[in-house]
Design a protein. Structure first.
Lengths: 107, 239
């Protein structure tokens, strides 16, 4: 059912995925961070979230191309406003899905 | 019979709060897990093998890439190396979370580290910042998402082809979640500036380099630019 070479492959994949997840928690939770590094880390979450979401909105295809007319971007505007007004994660997910579904029906 | 103790009630509460925070992630994971299961099965993997990959790796995009490389006949070494590069971004996320895990012992953080993903990181960090979030609640978030991922990929392996693509806008669940988490992170002008810089950089980089290394590159650079801006402001204030 599980081939041994496949088992080795997923063990290797699991290990190289786990190590970057674990090392910073293991090292950084024990010592005081230098101030510039703490300031940098403080900005990392907002930077990552933005870097994760923006290309999803304005690029598509493989290789990727720039497209400002994607329904993902058009739906993002009301979804973003909804999130600003409500600050509710679950509500925003449901609203976003609904709007995207509607956009699919209309476009 | 075991009497319900204070401790027991407290852990039930922690569990409930964790699941409450984690359900939007599950909603987003389910369609992706299903799609992964279908693709992996078409690439010739057994449902048990598919579930095993989701259990051991637990990182969506790298699993999709691994499956497509497998069906293209790539070597195990090149798949492992690619997985490493794709998932290196978690290094930054764990670094941000580490600050909140100072009081937690090593074996527990070793367990916690397993469940750090883009989504659980974003949900937990927001909670750690804005409330009295306990590491056990954060662990429940991680593991709730983990269960959703493993179950959906196995369900996909067996039955995904019967579910219509794009049903009920489910493809948009993760984007909507990231948008809301982004809004919650915008705590001042510096954060807005960093977000704009990161977004623009990410889009530009995504257009010129294949793969998803643009996420790490853009966020490292944007946060660096943000720190420089913050430092400049401090200097101006002192003059």
């Amino acid at each position: 059912m599980i081939r041994s070479e496949y088992l080795l492959l997923v063990l290797g994949m699991g290990l190289v995925t786990y190590i970057p997840r674990w090392i910073p928690i293991f090292i950084l939770s024990r010592r005081q961070l230098p101030r510039w590094f703490a300031e940098w880390l403080d900005l990392i979450p907002v930077a990552i979230l933005s870097a994760l979401v923006f290309p999803e909105l304005v690029t598509g295809g493989s290789p990727r191309y720039f497209d400002l007319l994607r329904p993902q971007l058009i739906v993002a505007v009301p979804t973003f406003i909804f999130a600003l007004k409500t600050r509710s994660l679950g509500g925003t997910v449901v609203a976003g899905m609904l709007l995207f579904w509607l956009a699919g029906k209309l476009m | 019979m075991i009497e319900p103790t204070g401790e027991h009630l407290a852990s039930t509460f922690l569990c409930k709060e964790g699941i409450k925070a984690g359900w939007p992630i599950c909603l987003g994971y389910f369609p992706i897990g299903l799609a992964f299961g279908v693709l992996a099965q078409k690439a010739g993997l057994h449902p048990v093998e598919i579930g095993l990959m989701s259990l051991l790796v637990f990182a969506g995009s790298s699993q999709f890439v691994a499956v497509s490389m497998l069906s293209g006949g790539a070597s195990a070494l090149s798949i492992v190396l690619t997985t490493f590069v794709i998932n290196l971004r978690h290094l930054l996320m764990s670094s941000s979370l580490a600050v909140y895990l100072r009081s937690v012992n090593k074996s527990r953080t070793a367990l916690f580290a397993y469940g750090v993903t883009d989504e659980s990181f974003a949900v937990n960090l927001t909670r750690f910042r804005n409330s009295n979030w306990d590491w056990r609640q954060a662990l429940v978030v991680n593991q709730t998402a983990n269960v959703a991922w493993i179950v959906s990929s196995i369900v996909g392996a067996y039955s995904g082809q019967f579910i219509p693509a794009g049903a009920l806008g489910i493809d948009y669940a993760l984007i909507a979640m990231f948008l809301c988490l982004l809004v919650l992170q915008l705590r001042g002008r510096l954060y807005v500036l960093t977000a704009i810089v990161a977004g623009v950089l990410a889009v530009c980089l995504a257009l010129v380099i294949p793969g998803n290394s643009y996420i790490v590159l853009a966020s490292v650079l944007a946060a660096f630019i943000g720190v420089v801006c913050r430092r400049k402001d401090i200097l101006n204030d002192q003059v």
